[in-house]
Design a protein around this ligand. Sequence first.
Ligand SMILES: [Zn+2]
Length: 411
Amino acid sequence: MDINGSRLEEHIYTLAEIGKIGETGVRRLAHSKEDRQAVDLVKRWMEEAGLETRIDCFGNLIGTIEGKKKEKPNLMLGSHIDSQPYGGRFDGTAGALGAIEVIHSLKDKGITPNRTIEVVCFSDEEGSRFNKGVFGVRALIGQLEEGELERQDKNGMSRLEALKEFGVTPDVTQSPVYQPGDIEAFLELHIEQGPVLESQEKPVGIVSAISGPLWLTVTLEGFAGHAGSVPMNLRQDALVGASTIIREFNELVKNEGTLNTVGTVGSLQNFPNSRNIIPEKVEFTIDLRDIDMEARNRLETRLYEIIKSTCSELNLTYSLSEDTRSDPRYCADWIKDIMREEDEKLGYHSPTLMSGPFHDALFMSYISDYGMIFVRCEKGISHNPLEFAEMEDIQKGVELLYQTAVKIAQS
Ligand SMILES: [Zn+2]
């Protein structure tokens, strides 16, 4: 291997000590004391790797190593080091510390890149504290929203105050930091957070795209009545309607979707939710994802047919609201080609797979070509202290990241 696997391992386990909960858990909420401690430690590792560092006004930690040809657009690597409140040791950190290891290995070999390389630990990827994530990367590319700094955590502290406590003074006029054309390629390594690589017995995967979710809220209305007195043929039971739609939606995605389509009803409210009253109103969410837009659109149309026919059969009315409609973002073919070539040389035979969850890379894709590498994680468990990835798998993934980065940096 060209990377130093034991240094990487030491960094990952040392960082996991900050905000440690239980034996294997981590709690490093965005802009918190633990987050700052982690940023300071990782900043030191960046400097040891030969990067010049800065913490920007949004809490992003950015390291730079100047290339020989300053006129060329930069190569950027990165991920995040904040965590869920009850999170694991590898989500984000494998990619962030892996990126630093890439630079440190270059230094060890005495290689000066042609292109300037930047390594970013994006602030608040997870979003659990202010109920809105990928804050740092959105600031970098100019996708902050109105009122973003006024959002409050559950103790009533605003993001503005939290960032000040973290040690920076946010200034939204500084966003965007990067424009399209500034960055040649963005590369992110991340644990898969799903079971596909494990099921294929592969340590590493090359990502094809990050799927775009369609989020809907469906509201069904019937009529409440006494559970003991209204005969079955006169009922307008909204919960029976919802259960029919949920079941048929599940069948639809399984039978008519692509291999990549996933559909979920994850939240449901029943009114009045009483043992002896026929349900009058039910509201539930739909999450439908695919990297194939045509397939997703087709299923969306079929879902509407199911809702319509179910409601007419059960004498219900319905309304729909669209909460999110995102397009899938495809990894650049030229980057995937380099990854496949390097993967071949390393003898990994890594499969190509899509990402259901989003990552910082999704947002970088709006200003730069991007590529992603996934590392197998046990049973697909993530956002949980039980999250686990074999160090050997992470090292293999980072080795592929290194080889890919070198190719791009020297081009
Ligand atoms: Zn993550």
